[in-house]
Design a protein around this ligand. Structure first.
Ligand code: PHE
Length: 327
């Protein structure tokens, strides 16, 4: 009987052994049944031995049970163990927002041409956002931008151009820099949101070293890099901080210039503003005998065109069904 207990391999077979030994028809019970047929003088010794045997078997049984239970526990813990370092196939990876992706692509182009990347504050003073950019107080050109004014006279910057001023105040030409970042205007329709992004560009060198041809070359090359084989057109325009100023169009990427709803049947899409830096801007930062050009790119506008997004506002609704398409 001892051996049966000792040889049990798991809790289940141990339980079978239990029934076999201690059960109603078990081996031990059979022994006790013999008691009643024995002569009285033998009964006492027989019962005593049997009880000792029973106690030994019980002890052995409990001991074995404990041993098998621990073994079982260890095995099942091993089997159920979770590997926290393992990837689940259901896990979906995050991705950059389409506006950020577009911004990164723009930045990559200019960084490859050795432009330095600069940042500036989102809340600006009137001097940096307007005055130094040749937009004096009460000048009607301020109406070109619907500004969020703060109570203390500061403004949410309406463009990234104030970073031109901040950069020039702390450095000396020659340099080429870009400034990516968010800007704010009181606008809201299918092509405008109150917060959007621009990438500003500024190149300055000694007078006579930078010409309009340089501006034209770089913007044409940049637009072909962004949109592929498009035609580029420079149109005279006005910005207070550039003179001459030009708005830049590409041939419509939806109809290849034939005319469609997106390009208002003109065959052209306006994509950025630029020009030669106005002398008054250089004066505001104390620069003499220099020349340069500047440009401002609307990142959302680029993202909309590249991805054919019909309503710009949808980019900022955080709807996962839209964003998932840009993984
Ligand atoms: N700051 C202008 C805007 O926000 C864009 C621009 C930048 C134009 C630099 C010319 C030169 O509309």
């Amino acid at each position: 009987m001892e051996n049966k207990i000792l040889e049990a391999k798991d809790l289940k077979s141990l339980d079978e052994v239990r029934v076999e030994i201690f059960g109603k028809k078990g081996l031990l019970t059979e022994q006790f049944a013999k008691l009643k047929d024995l002569p009285n003088e033998e009964k006492k010794d027989f019962a005593k031995n049997l009880n000792i045997q029973k106690a030994t078997l019980n002890k052995l049984f409990e001991h074995k049970k404990e041993e098998l239970y621990l073994k079982h526990l260890e095995e099942s813990l091993k089997a159920e163990a979770v590997d926290v370092s393992m990837f689940s196939h259901l896990q979906s990876a995050g991705a950059l927002h389409p506006v950020q992706q577009t911004m990164d692509k723009i930045i990559d182009y200019f960084v490859s041409l050795n432009f330095e990347v600069q940042e500036g504050p989102l809340i600006e003073d009137d001097f940096h956002n307007f005055q130094a950019l040749n937009l004096p107080v009460y000048h009607p050109a301020r109406d070109m931008q619907d500004t969020f004014y703060l109570e203390n006279g500061l403004v949410m910057r309406t463009h990234t151009s104030p970073v031109q001023i901040r950069y020039m105040q702390k450095s000396q030409p020659p340099f080429r820099m870009i400034c990516p970042g968010s800007v704010f205007r009181r606008d809201f329709d299918i092509t405008h949101t109150p917060m959007f992004h621009q990438v500003e560009g500024l190149v300055v060198d000694k007078s006579g070293k930078i010409s309009f041809a340089n501006l034209k070359y770089i913007l044409e090359d940049f637009l072909k890099y962004m949109f592929g084989d498009v035609e580029v057109r420079f149109r005279p325009s006005f910005f207070p901080f550039t003179e001459p100023s030009t708005e830049v169009d590409i041939s419509c990427i939806f109809c290849e210039g034939r005319g469609c709803r997106v390009c208002s049947h003109t065959g052209w899409l306006e994509v950025l503003g630029s020009g030669m830096v106005d002398a008054n801007v250089f004066e505001a930062v104390g620069y003499r005998d220099v020349g340069g050009y500047a440009f401002g790119i609307g990142v959302e506008r680029f993202a909309m065109l590249i991805h054919k997004i019909p309503d710009l506002r949808s980019l900022f609704e955080g709807d996962i069904r839209l964003l998932e398409q840009f993984r």
